[in-house]
Design a protein around this ligand. Structure first.
Ligand code: CO
Length: 188
């Protein structure tokens, strides 16, 4: 499947609100290929020359519903800084990722969030859990894994998993006061 800014479903299409189904394992060939296409999209989207040539908007993650396939598949490629100041690179091709526990403490991105399916600007803080434990089958490691995520990765995982229930990042922005501080929240 050719994934680019023209083929990605936007939030003016009601399909973006559809629920995504659990995917059966072992993966069918079509699911495997879709995941590979999604992973390729995310990787190429941050390489300016390729992104421009192929009409890709930069992204750190994409979920299958964004290309019209209601299946619990998401590809994530992102970089974060650990507590020692070192860069950590994350790359996942997750099947049926599920948040199995989360912190009471909240976190949000200071600059707000964005989404390949959202073209208009929605400013404001998106409340997330500061830490999440996610269980998933990872197609890159070919096994079921548990991800203990905090910081940026935790935000990205929650954003992508929200797509499975048709939730978009701006749904939870405080409408009256988008930049109202979230008590006790970690600012990322
Ligand atoms: Co999104």
């Amino acid at each position: 499947m050719e994934i680019n800014n023209n083929t990605i479903i936007k939030d003016n299409d009601p399909k973006i609100r559809d629920k995504s189904f659990v995917v059966s394992l072992p993966l069918m060939q079509e699911d495997r290929e879709l995941m590979e296409d999604m992973l390729r999209y995310v990787k190429e989207s941050t390489i300016p020359e390729i992104a421009e040539a192929k009409n890709l908007r930069p992204a750190v993650g994409i979920s299958a519903i964004q290309v019209g396939v209601p299946k619990q598949l998401t590809a994530i490629v992102c970089t974060d800084i650990d507590k020692n100041g070192n860069e950590v690179h994350y790359e996942y091709a997750l099947v049926n990722p599920k948040i199995i526990s989360y912190s009471v403490q909240k976190a949000y991105l200071e600059g707000g969030e964005g989404c390949l399916s959202v073209e208009s600007v929605h400013e404001g803080f998106v409340p997330r859990h500061a830490r999440v434990k996610v269980e998933a089958y990872d197609m890159l490691q070919n096994k079921t894994i548990t991800i203990r995520a905090h910081g940026y990765l935790a935000i990205v995982l929650q954003h992508e998993i929200d797509h499975f229930s048709g939730v978009l990042f701006y749904d939870t922005i405080n409408k009256e006061n988008p930049f109202e501080p979230i008590p006790g929240a970690q600012v990322i």
